[in-house]
Design a protein around this ligand. Structure first.
Ligand code: EPZ
Length: 421
C-alpha cells in the first residue's frame, strides 16, 4: 500500500500542464472495437483506469499497443479474433468497462459483460444503458451478475429518448448506433465535452453524426470505417482541481493545455467566490485572493457545475467567509470526504444530499483515508492548506484518475511525497 504525505502551508507557484482526459479516453478506447483500420490516439493520460481499459481491450482480443513514453496508443484490429466476454475481474475496479457492451454487441452481434457493481459514491446502475441498446434491437437478460446481450441480425437504427441524463449510457448507445444499420436519433443525451470528443473521434472514423441541439443527436451508422489519428482533449476535472489548488494556496499558478471556454461554469463560480483569475483561451492563472466569499452551488450535468469537482470546491469553501452549501444532485453518496475533512478541523454538516460548510476554518494536518477518486484529491488539497503534515492513505484511489499528481504539485513548490507502507 502507498500513502501521500503533504506538508501544509507551502505557497504554490509556477506552471502546470494538464494531461489528457481520462473520461474522454475510456469511451474512445471502447469505440475502437468497431474498427479494423489503424487507430492512433495521442495525449493519452497514463492513469490506472486507462491502463485497466487497455488491459480489458487486450483481454478481449484487441490489437492495442501502448507507447508509454509517447503517451500514445496504436490499435490495429485487422484479422484479430475477438472474445465477446468482459469479465468481472476486470470490471470490478473500473465500472466504466461496461462501455464495451455497446461496441461488442454492435460489431459482433453478441456480448457477455459483467454488471459493473456499485462503488463508494453510489450503486451505479446500468438500466439506461440497457434501455437504449434494447431500442436498437438488442435482446438482453441479466444472469449471475452478467449482462447477456444479443442481436443476431445486428443492431438497427431507432428513435430513442433516454429516460434520464447519463454520460455512460449516452456513450454506450452512441457507439452502438455508430455501427448499426440505418439512422438513430437519441434525445435527452448527456452533452459533456468528453462525449463531444467521442463523436469527433467517431466522425473521423467515417460515422455521420450531427448534434441537432444541446441534447439531441443523429447518427447514420457505418460499417466501412476509416483509419483515425486522434489527440485526446484535456482533462477538465484535473484542470479544475489545479485551479482550485491555486485558489487555496497559490501566489501565481498558471494552468496550461486547456480550453477555458469548457470551464465556463467552474470559472464563474470561482469568480463569484472572489478568486483572482487571469483567463486566456488556453490557460488560466490564479493569483493570491484575500477574501474568499461563501457561495451555494448545485452539481448538475454539463454545462452545470460538475459533480467531479464537488469535493474539491468544498475545500475552498472551508476557507470562505460565511456559510456555503453544496447540493449533490448526481450521486447518492458522494460526501465520503466530509468526515475526513471534519477530522482536519472543518465544520461541515450533511443533511441528505446537502452539505453545509461553515467558514473560514483553519485545518490541521491529520492521518486521513481516501475513499474514492475525487474525495482523495480533496484530502490532498486540504493537506496543502493544513498546518503540519497530512498523510493520505489508500492513494490507489487517486492513481485511478490523476497522472503524476505529486510530481506536478512538487513542480509548483508543494511539499508532497509518496511512501510505501
Ligand atoms: C461518468 O460516470 C463519469 N465517469 C463520472 O466520473 C462522472 O461523475 C459522471 O459521469 C457524471 O458526470 C466516466 O466518464 C468514466 P452517469 P457515469 O451515468 O457515466 C445514474 C470520475 O470521478 N444512472 O452520468 O457512470 C447514476 O447512478 C467519475 O471521473 C442510472 O440511474 O455517470 C448517477 O446517479 C466518477 N442508470 C446518474 O445517473 C444508468 O443506467 C449519473 O450517472 C446510468 C446512470
Amino acid at each position: 500500500m502507498q500513502k501521500l504525505i503533504v506538508k501544509g502551508k507551502k505557497i504554490l507557484s509556477g506552471t502546470v500542464k494538464i494531461s489528457g482526459s481520462k473520461n474522454a479516453t475510456l469511451p474512445i478506447l471502447a469505440a475502437s472495437i468497431l474498427s479494423e483500420k489503424k487507430i492512433e490516439i495521442n495525449n493519452v493520460p497514463l492513469v490506472k483506469d486507462v491502463m485497466t481499459m487497455s488491459e480489458l481491450l487486450k483481454h478481449i482480443g484487441s490489437g492495442i499497443k501502448v507507447n508509454l513514453k509517447k503517451k500514445k496508443f496504436i490499435i490495429n484490429n485487422k484479422k484479430r479474433k475477438f472474445k465477446t466476454v468482459a469479465p468481472y475481474s476486470l470490471l470490478k475496479t473500473m465500472r466504466a468497462g461496461v462501455i464495451v457492451l455497446g461496441p461488442l454487441l454492435s460489431k459482433f452481434g453478441k456480448a457477455k459483460v459483467s454488471l459493473p457493481g456499485g462503488c463508494a459514491i453510489g450503486s451505479r446502475p446500468v438500466d439506461i444503458h440497457l434501455f437504449g441498446l434494447k431500442k436498437l434491437g438488442a435482446r438482453i437478460k441479466i444472469k449471475n451478475g452478467y449482462i447477456f446481450a444479443e442481436a443476431k441480425k445486428g443492431l438497427v437504427g431507432a428513435k430513442i429518448t433516454l429516460p434520464s441524463i447519463s454520460v455512460g449510457a449516452t456513450e454506450n448507445v452512441i457507439i452502438a448506433a455508430s455501427y448499426a444499420k440505418g439512422t438513430t436519433y437519441i434525445n435527452n443525451c448527456a452533452c459533456e465535452p468528453e462525449i463531444k470528443n467521442l463523436t469527433d473521434f467517431l466522425k473521423k472514423m467515417g460515422v455521420k453524426i450531427f448534434w441537432m441541439n444541446k441534447r439531441k443527436i443523429k447518427i447514420i451508422g457505418n460499417q466501412n470505417l476509416k483509419p483515425v489519428n486522434h489527440t485526446m482533449m484535456f482533462d477538465r476535472i484535473e484542470a479544475g482541481t489545479f485551479i482550485i489548488a491555486g485558489a487555496l494556496a497559490g501566489r501565481r499558478l498558471k494552468i496550461t493545455g486547456i480550453e477555458s471556454k469548457i470551464l465556463k461554469k467552474e470559472l464563474t463560480v470561482l469568480k463569484k467566490m472572489g478568486i483572482n483569475l487571469k483567463i486566456r483561451k488556453n490557460e488560466v492563472t490564479v493569483f493570491h485572493s484575500n477574501k474568499i466569499k461563501s457561495i451555494s452551488i448545485n452539481t448538475e450535468p454539463y454545462p452545470g457545475f460538475p459533480t467531479d469537482l464537488q469535493a474539491q470546491i468544498m475545500v475552498l469553501m472551508i476557507k470562505a467567509n460565511g456559510v456555503s452549501k453544496i447540493r449533490e444532485n448526481i450521486f447518492e453518496n458522494r460526501f465520503m470526504h466530509v468526515p475526513e475533512l471534519n477530522r482536519m478541523g472543518a465544520k461541515i454538516k450533511i443533511k441528505g444530499n446537502l452539505s453545509v460548510i461553515d467558514g473560514p476554518q483553519e485545518l490541521n494536518g491529520a492521518e486521513v483515508m481516501a475513499t474514492d477518486l475525487r474525495a482523495s484529491v480533496s484530502l490532498v488539497l486540504a493537506g496543502l492548506i493544513g498546518k503540519n503534515r497530512t498523510s493520505i492513505n489508500r492513494v490507489y484511489h487517486l492513481d485511478r484518475g490523476y497522472e503524476c499528481l505529486e510530481k506536478k504539485l512538487k513542480k509548483c513548490r508543494a511539499n508532497i511525497s509518496r511512501l510505501n507502507y
